[in-house]
Write a protein that binds this ligand. Sequence first.
Ligand code: NIG
Ligand code: FE
Length: 402
Amino acid sequence: GADPTGGGCDAGRVSTVITDIGELVTNDPGRGDGALGLLRDAAVVIDGDAVAWVGPARRAPAADERYDAAGRAVLPGFVDSHAHLVFAGERAEEFAARMSGRPYTAGGIRTTVARTRAASDDDLRANLRRLVGEMARQGTTTVECKSGYGLTVEQEERCLRIAAETADEVTFLGAHVVPPEYAGDPAGYVRLVATEMLAACAPHARWIDVFCEDGAFDADQSREILTAGVRAGLTPRVHANQLGPGPGVRLAVELGAASADHCTHLTDADVDALASAGTVATLLPGVDFSTRQPYPDARRLIDAGVTVALATDCNPGSCYTSSMPFCIALAVRDLRMTPAEAVWAATAGGARALRRDDVGRLAPGARADVLVLDAPSHVHLAYRPGVPQVAAVWKAGRRVPA
Ligand code: NIG
Ligand code: FE
């Protein structure tokens, strides 16, 4: 092909053939069986940061390097489309109190805000990198990261700047909760978020999010912030219907949000609204697990034609898991998704929620985000819950160190 250095072997760009794949999840129904586009006895060729070739192992072209998958399953890396990773400290005691009966409330966010404000840039950066590394070793190759533990103009701007260094997708969540210094003036805080804070933060972010919930922001406040975000060039996503029924899902649909996240408490009208729109329902079963909430009804959403994504929501309060395989296992066992639906939702579904077509699938031209499972099929992700099953991971063509 066209090699700008003129040589046959560009030192900076290596091709790798992953061969003897027992089961390949392409998420390309035109290429293989079912919604996962499954191929047997397949190979994938990575060239630089992209997939160059996908097909039967016996016809695979040669490459600089060879990885023998020895009959294992290969998937696109997981797309974790919802996480809060710029923070300091932890809240293990709050979790323990919850497990002995105390309910989860949005108020716990303020504990992390105080710790985050007091942390140095380097401490926030190191914690973020630790978590993104933890995710990568578990097969996650695309990470969305929100702000929301700074809640001043300077602190939110700082959190987003740090997020953008490491995360694939960055979301401004100044409207996570009203910070203590605005406790008597929530309207003043909404105005700040929609004006000065947004102006400082928009250059670092692609998305704007609001926690639309009792104890956080109501429909009018959320609409004001999200529409200001749209005017600033950001696309909405919404924390909706997490702790009880509410207006979040319908607001997300009204504003053409990419995703309504949580969706634990839905009315028929909410399900109908999602089904008639392009808004993805992003389910976060790790949160419902870690807050002892009921689980969302994925079956009802899928049967109504709604696109469902799965994500971790990794954060120090409501859910401190970074494991997409754990979320897949919960989705299959407790949200009544099939293993194939859950794997699709954790890869292609996350890509839809982030409006990305270069990740969440394995086809020529896609980013070379590849997960080799230490198992013969994708079903094992839910079938063997809690068992490490990652054999190898490439992110944008680079091998993730084990
Ligand atoms: O997605 N719902 C709002 N935000 C997070 C929780 C953050 C926290 O408790 O620190 C969530 O669950
Ligand atoms: Fe969240």
